[in-house]
Design a protein around this ligand. Structure first.
Ligand SMILES: C[S@@+](CC[C@H](N)C(=O)[O-])C[C@H]1O[C@@H](n2cnc3c(N)ncnc32)[C@H](O)[C@@H]1O
Length: 259
């Protein structure tokens, strides 16, 4: 398994600005619980398919909470993320995995039996061709995994209740404030994120803006089926219930056509 991560230079402006130093620190310190809570169901699903799963590609690994569990469970993991800052945290946490920097929409998907994208990584989009990128990703995923192989991911879906609002969270040496505004007509959730992180005796203030795509669940299911997957969706990973308007997709590759 390779160590270190290979850089790519073709990232978009938005992708370059996701999870810089202080937000990466805060993501690692305060937001790993989602992936840790989802992990038992994901490991169960990986072990339940007829094809033996050895290699897993984890898209948007973040600070590596799921990567670490997958490696402990004996899977070979290639983890891909756009954020160099998050990748260095993840690599320190899980030196056994292989890490690659870049957007999954601009990278080849490494050979594997299962692809995971947990915690909304497929949804960060800043341009109008978001749908074709996601459909293209589904087709590439279907061409990568063998029959019986898996694609598991979650997104934010269109619908009710409204998600606009404000949220904050803090730890010993950090705080984050998030102002979320959604526009269902343009299918965009805009998160204005302010970070505060203690550096010496002072707090450093920073900001990022994330634009998250809102998806129509029936439309995603149709694209996945057209790509060659059987799909079930859920509002939980096993015993772990998702927040409102989050939906998980469990997709199994059907037989490859040899036409
Ligand atoms: C909300 S975080 C979730 C991180 C991790 N999966 C977890 O649950 O802790 C979303 C992650 O997706 C990454 N990401 C966003 N767009 C991506 C893309 N196009 N390709 C790869 N990673 C992406 C972000 O950098 C970030 O680490």
């Amino acid at each position: 398994m390779g160590r270190g991560y290979s850089g790519r230079s073709q990232l978009t402006g938005l992708m370059n600005s996701l999870y810089q130093q202080d937000l990466a620190y805060i993501q690692a310190a305060g937001f790993g619980d989602f992936a840790r809570a989802a992990a038992p169901e994901i490991v169960r699903a990986l072990r339940a398919v007829p094809v033996p799963v050895h290699r897993v590609v984890e898209v948007g690994c973040g600070a590596g909470p799921l990567t670490t569990i997958l490696a402990q469970e004996g899977f070979k993991v290639v983890a891909i993320d756009v954020s160099a800052e998050l990748l260095s945290v993840a690599q320190a946490a899980c030196p056994r995995a292989e890490f690659r920097q870049g957007s999954i929409y601009e990278q080849e998907i490494p050979a594997c039996e299962a692809i995971l994208a947990i915690g909304e990584p497929l949804t960060y989009h800043d341009s109008g061709d978001a749908d074709s990128r996601v459909r293209g990703f589904f087709r590439r995923a279907a061409n990568t995994v063998p029959e019986g192989g898996l694609l598991i991911f979650d997104v934010v879906e269109l619908g009710e209740p409204p998600l606009s609002g404000r949220f904050w969270k803090s730890g010993d040496d950090w705080a984050v404030l998030v102002d979320t505004q959604e526009d269902q007509s343009s299918r965009v959730l805009k998160r204005r994120i302010e970070t505060f992180r203690r550096i010496g005796d002072l707090y450093r203030r920073g900001a990022e803006v994330h634009r998250v795509r809102l998806f129509d669940t029936a439309e995603l299911c149709a694209w996945l089926q057209a790509a060659g997957f059987i799909v079930t969706t859920a509002v939980a990973y096993g015993d772990f219930s998702l927040s409102p308007r989050r939906r998980a997709f469990f997709c199994t590759r059907t037989q490859h056509s040899h036409a």
